[in-house]
Design a protein around this ligand. Sequence first.
Ligand code: PLP
Length: 395
Amino acid sequence: MSETNWPELESQLYLRTFKRVPVTLVRGRGVRVWDDKGTEYLDMVGGWAVDTLGHCHPVLVEAIERQARTLIHTSNQFYTVPQLELAEILIQNSCMDRVFFGNSGAEATEGAVKLARRYGRVHLNGAYEVITVGNSFHGRTLAMTAATAQPKFQEPYLPMPLGFVNVEWDDVEAIKAGTSDKTCAVMLEPIQGEAGVRIPHESYLREVREWCDEKGILLILDEIQTGVARTGTLFAYEQYGVEPDIMALAKGLASGVPIGAVLAKESASAFSPGDHGGTFGGNPLACAAGYAVMKYVVENDLAAHVKQAGAHFLKQLDEVVADFPLAKETRGRGLLIALELHEDIAPDVVLRCLQHGLLINGVKPNTLRFMPPLITSNDEIDEAIDILRTVLSSY
Ligand SMILES: *Cc1c(COP(=O)(O)O)cnc(C)c1O
């Protein structure tokens, strides 16, 4: 199709931020993508847990086309219809009462923390500290880098913004020990995606919820990766018998159109007009896309499909673990799944899978992650497993 050497051009033009896999994708349909040479790939990365409906789903394409012809952007100086349609479907299908839209995950978690600080100012004698846990990931803004309890993200940018207390993961006693009269909230991912799909012990979120209630502080759940049916329920909190006070969404919400959302219970909705805002957030184009996605997910009970498909995927992967000494263990819920290996060869496995027409993610040096579109079928999962087996046999 094209003679341009895109990786070469990237190395000249782009800031040195991403370690990319050597393939240039130009087109997608469903769970398949094609590169600039016309080679087809089965996509188990799914836009990094973003492409909820797969690539170029007709329902999403139609919604974007229609809205693009109608009204792309005005401003938050005015009321707009798609913003309120998306707000309504989110509120009707979650435990939340109010929503604010931004453009990314980091903006959503950052907005969640700002809301918690307003709550602390108004209700908790100015408490402002937010407790976060080890190996978390909350985004790349400076404040969310401070929230993200991983030294490798923080050290290049010291000094960090104040007001975050990083404690041990999966340990409610550590959260208790980190709590003081300055604490306004605890912020957690129900399942840690970027840490390699780490699932806390079954009663963890409930214990943290109880502690937050006892202290009168807020529980913020970062469901940016786990939300919108990714783990087999519309939101992951549903599986743990807890409700957050504030929730951040992004990734899968508009299946690839940039969007983020802060949702809050009425009791935590401490913003006053002027406290927070944004130029692009909640614009008609992004919200029409988000509304089309949410409507599709809810009306087709995609969460039920994800639960079934995820169980199928995990079962196949468990058999891989049984058959290959190199494979150590599986972890996952729904279509957010990891396969940990005994050796640090994940980057090489990713490359060999690429050569066999399969896109996967090496989330850690020894861990592969699968986060395909939520419409992925069992046949497509079996196809991915076959390629993975071929690749693992080559070591
Ligand atoms: C991806 C992610 C973020 C950051 O989202 P961006 O859109 O990259 O800013 C924050 N939290 C979690 C749990 C994520 O998975």
